[in-house]
Design a protein around this ligand. Structure first.
Ligand SMILES: Nc1ncnc2c1ncn2[C@@H]1O[C@H](COP(=O)(O)OP(=O)(O)OP(=O)(O)O)[C@@H](O)[C@H]1O
Length: 311
């Protein structure tokens, strides 16, 4: 059973990692993963996400700083820190001659889970693999293997699981299934950390998101707040006649003609609202016959934050 923990599920303080060749993969990283949440760790390729996960998993040694999992410091109490976390790796690695039930039994044995406390059939049911319990792993589809990996990470009943790019390269249907599985686990009380390249996935699933870039944390906020950081919106207008001179205003970030009678205005939402944009366009003598707007999304924020940090 899980021991109780009143603090964050994961706490990371001033964590740095420089690899033997001199590459600094993490530079003074600090953040908390609140217990009970789905937490997204985002960043471009090479940002340091895998390094961070591998440190938590005990597979890579940090250079300096501290990390604790469910209240257990990874240096002072590595045994309990490891027992508190289940890692779902990016790559699917199974012995093809074991069956899903055997894969889970072997993993339970590895963690020293007594036979009576094992949950093999329950876990297979949770990942919708009951009917494959005794099939060879090599006969499973890619999606089934990914689900089996999740069950494998759960055999020791960890309060925290980390999924490294769980939906990389999977089709839309399987992605939806995995999202449901993650949400279901979370609703049962498991804290979930996931890394992903799909911003839509992070926006849909995660309560909170940290963005890491060049080994540094450049944002760490509730998802809603992060998305609202994009102070840009677009109104697309269809005008009754050809656009001559494009309308201008200091709060317009961009104004572009689209086709013969279209106009796309990107404006600063901290300075005006859509109604004011329309009024300004009309005041410049243009007659509007249709309007659509586009909400900012996580991608807008991600691009602006990571490109700002690169500059
Ligand atoms: N074992 C290693 N030895 C030397 N450098 C490494 C090692 N592992 C990773 N790096 C370097 O550290 C940096 C961070 O890599 P890391 O794999 O943590 O990034 P990532 O954010 O997980 O990227 P990706 O999304 O591509 O997996 C990269 O520049 C990478 O080349």
């Amino acid at each position: 059973m899980q021991d109780s923990n009143l603090g964050p599920a994961i706490s990371i303080r001033n964590l740095s990692k420089t690899y033997a060749g001199g590459k600094q993969a993490l530079n003074d990283v600090s953040f908390d993963v609140p217990a009970g949440q789905i937490f997204g760790l985002l960043g471009p390729n090479g940002a340091g996400k895998s390094t961070l996960i591998n440190i938590l998993a005990g597979l890579v040694n940090k250079t300096s700083g501290h990390a604790s999992i469910w209240g257990h410091d990874i240096d002072a109490d590595p045994r309990n820190a490891k027992r508190a976390i289940g890692i779902v790796p990016q790559e699917v690695v199974f012995d093809p001659f074991f069956t899903p039930a055997e894969v889970l039994e072997n993993q339970a044995g590895f963690y020293g889970v007594p036979k009576a406390a094992r949950r093999t059939l329950e876990l297979l049911a949770a990942v919708h693999l009951s009917d494959k319990a005794n099939a060879y792993s090599r006969t499973l589809s890619g999606g089934m293997k990914r689900r089996l990996l999740i069950a494998k990470a759960l055999v020791h009943n960890p309060p925290v699981i980390v999924l490294d790019e769980p939906t990389a390269g999977v089709d839309v249907e399987l992605r939806r299934q995995l999202w449901e599985l993650v949400s279901q686990l979370n609703s049962e009380g498991v804290t979930v950390v996931l890394t992903t390249h799909y911003l839509e996935e992070a926006e849909e699933l995660c309560d909170r998101i940290a963005i890491i870039n060049h080994g540094r944390v450049i944002a760490d906020k509730p998802t809603r707040e992060l998305v609202n950081m994009a102070h840009e919106k677009v109104v697309a207008l269809t005008l009754s006649e050809m656009v001559g001179a494009l309308p201008t205003h200091p709060a317009f970030i961009k104004c572009e003609a689209e086709g013969e009678r279209g106009l796309a205005i990107t404006y600063d939402t901290s300075r005006m609202n859509a109604g004011e944009v329309l009024a300004l366009v009309q005041a410049q003598g243009l007659s509007i016959i249709d309007v659509t707007t586009r909400e900012p999304d996580l991608e807008d924020v991600f691009v602006s934050l990571t490109s700002a940090a690169a500059g």
